[in-house]
Design a protein around this ligand. Structure first.
Ligand code: HEC
Ligand code: HEC
Length: 292
């Protein structure tokens, strides 16, 4: 009768398999599924596209719900934040603005989308940026990228004595060491906003964190123009999206490599380790047969 010994070899093989699988999931997560590391406005747009677009336009007129263009101009920011976070609650409260809207929109109640406070803030930043994009940008004087870089790093002081941008931002390699990463990386901000959008964003700083820092310390038109040429040049020097796509390729190749290794291991490891003794025995048998 055959006594079945506990198979330590196959246990080891399975353990390795599990470890590899975990590693691959980790790689895959960082390559394909990591939460968007985009700017607040970009995250806000994702939320808007997924959760709000079915009932709202921005500048496209009223649909199921009101056109949200300029909503932060016509209403108090806190009210809008509260309404987006819990419309059902604001309506149940009998809030006068909500009552008026409800009547205008045929009694259709905006559903509570269960957004977190952070998500609501992202949506608000997105709406603010949309507003500043549509405000006609004034014509700017010709900018000088070299002066813009000095303004950015603080080598040249801003006329309104505002904090140099580098305290919170990096652009390409400028500010990478010692610069701030409190705000988003601005290397590709020119392409993201376009010239008109970035111009009006510079002239009328409305990003929530920056608004207070530059309150009463607005950039002059010349400074805005210089910074704009600096951002334009930075994006070109960085080869547009080259840097970003090459890191993606790096991770992509990494996970493909790990996956390949995993497949190899899965096929060969258990067979090889489990049958080690068996193979030796077979070999011995064959040898003895050959010798007899
Ligand atoms: C099912 C349709 C629907 C969806 C989805 C929806 N809304 Fe609404 N929204 C409405 C309606 C209808 C109103 C008008 C008030 C009412 O009747 O409840 C409204 C009102 C608003 C208002 C007030 C507008 C003003 O003029 O004061 C804001 C701001 C708003 N929605 C933002 C959002 C955001 C942000 C999202 C996504 C997270 C969203 N809505 C998703 C239907 C919707
Ligand atoms: C006190 C820190 C701080 C300073 C100083 C600062 N910023 Fe910002 N900036 C931020 C933060 C944080 C954000 C992200 C939006 C938010 O939360 O307000 C941002 C967002 C931006 C954006 C939008 C970026 C995007 O990807 O959507 C631009 C453009 C920008 N800043 C330009 C500047 C310029 C130009 C200066 C210098 C004149 C400057 N910032 C100075 C903190 C700062």
């Amino acid at each position: 009768m055959e006594v079945k010994n506990f198979d330590w070899n196959s246990l080891a093989g399975n353990f390795i398999k599990v470890v590899f699988l975990a590693l691959i999931l980790l790689f895959a997560y960082y390559t394909f599924g990591s939460p968007s590391s985009g700017s607040p406005a970009a995250t806000g747009q994702e939320i808007f596209d997924a959760q709000c677009q079915s009932c709202h336009t921005i500048g496209g007129g009223n649909t199921v719900g009101p056109d949200l263009q300029g909503v932060l101009v016509r209403r108090d920011r806190d009210w809008v934040a509260r309404f987006i976070a819990s419309p059902d609650f604001v309506i149940a409260e009998g809030d006068p603005i909500a009552m008026e809207l409800l009547e205008e929109f045929n009694g259709i109640e905006m559903p509570n989308r269960a957004l977190t406070d952070e998500d609501v803030e992202f949506v608000l930043v997105f709406l603010e940026v949309q507003d500043s994009l549509t405000q006609a940008a004034e014509d700017l004087p010709t900018g000088n990228a070299a002066v813009g870089e000095k303004l950015f790093t603080g080598a040249k002081m801003l006329e309104g004595r505002g904090t140099p941008c580098m305290a919170c931002h990096t652009v390409g390699s400028v500010g990478q060491f010692g610069g701030g990463n409190f705000g988003p990386d601005l290397t590709h901000v020119y392409g993201r906003y376009g010239e008109a959008g970035l111009t009006s964003a510079m002239q009328n700083i409305s990003f929530p964190t920056m608004k207070n820092v530059y309150l009463g310390k607005a950039l002059t038109a010349q400074e805005a123009a210089d910074l704009l040429s600096f951002f334009d040049e930075a994006a070109i020097l960085d080869g547009e999206d080259l840097a970003e796509s090459s890191t993606n390729i790096f991770w992509g190749v990494g996970s493909a490599g790990a996956l390949f290794l995993f497949i190899i291991m899965a096929f060969y490891w258990p067979r090889q380790s489990k049958n080690q003794t068996e193979r030796l025995r077979n070999k011995a048998d064959a040898d003895s047969r050959r010798n007899s």
